[in-house]
Design a protein around this ligand. Structure first.
Ligand SMILES: [Zn+2]
Length: 285
């Protein structure tokens, strides 16, 4: 199946799952659904190719993870997803995820548009080009800086869009800690590894999206929705999966609305943010 030339992509996460995004929202025209592309890492999760007010975009749900495709190496979900986004020529990527608070000021329902991350994962791919070279695929090895890991322009659009979509508190900066999962953290881990280190929220699926975006020369920003307090952070009892499910169902259409509002304002050719300047051809392969 041929990968279309598209400049914009949305990588869905748990915050968006079950919302009906993108097909069930006004103004979205689905060009084709259920697109499983073949990649050197194996087939992808099903993508949707859609159009919103003349701008085409690709959408893949839940970070490209399925019961058969995991987010861990080898042949991880992100390697597959970003191979497609690279071939499509994608320049702007919006992500989203649910997260736990590790900053005592944050409550469930708060949105963080982060400006920093700390990677605590242990089984994620760290370089798409290196993974491709290991598969015998000829690609130019790249190096890149991460002094501005999240696109300031896309982050600005997401901040405005989140407020308009009905979120009461939207923070335009914050540090995300990325845990390997799939388990949640213990109270000691929340305290020692996250809160004590100045980390605001913890999630499982920002790595390697944020670094792969830079690697393929695309801008990236993400909406992180606090769904629960980090274990032991406040005295409130954790009420388990039922409350979590209710929370997700209550907010998922708001998340979809925020992503759509940001999508409408993206200029796919805008380069003034400077994100594309931070990568270059590596001297050593
Ligand atoms: Zn940018």
């Amino acid at each position: 199946m041929e990968i279309p030339r598209v400049k914009v992509a949305v990588i869905g996460g748990s915050a968006l799952s079950g919302s009906g995004f993108p097909g069930e929202f006004d103004g979205v025209e689905v060009i084709e659904d259920g697109l499983e592309y073949s990649t050197p890492f194996g087939p992808t999760a099903p993508f949707t190719h859609a159009r919103l007010e003349g701008v085409e975009f690709l959408f893949v749900p839940f970070h490209g993870i399925t019961p058969k495709i995991r987010n861990t190496i080898p042949d991880s979900a992100s390697e597959r997803v970003f191979y497609v986004l690279m071939k499509a020529g994608v320049k702007k990527i919006l992500g989203c995820a649910l997260c736990g608070s590790t900053n005592r000021l944050l409550d469930p329902g708060d949105v963080i548009i982060p400006d920093g991350f700390v990677d605590y994962t242990t089984r994620r791919a760290q370089s798409l080009t290196r993974s491709l070279i290991e598969k015998g695929i000829q690609v130019e090895p790249v190096m890149y800086r991460l002094h501005q890991p999240f696109c300031p322009e896309l982050s600005r659009l997401l901040t405005e869009a989140s407020l308009e979509a009905g979120f009461q508190r939207v923070f335009r900066r914050g540090v995300v800690g990325v845990s390997e999962g799939p388990r949640l953290e213990s109270p000691s881990e929340i305290q020692i590894r996250y809160t004590n280190q100045g980390i605001d929220v913890v999630t499982m699926n920002l790595i390697p999206e944020v670094i792969f975006a830079r690697e393929i020369g695309a801008c990236y920003a993400t909406l992180q929705l606090v769904s629960n307090y980090g274990e032991g952070l406040v005295s409130e009892e954790w009420e388990g999966p039922e409350v979590f499910k209710e929370f997700q169902e209550r907010w998922r259409r708001h998340v979809a609305e925020a992503i759509l509002r940001a999508l409408r304002r993206i200029n796919p050719d805008y380069e003034g943010c400077g994100c594309g300047k931070h990568r270059w051809r590596a001297i050593f392969p």
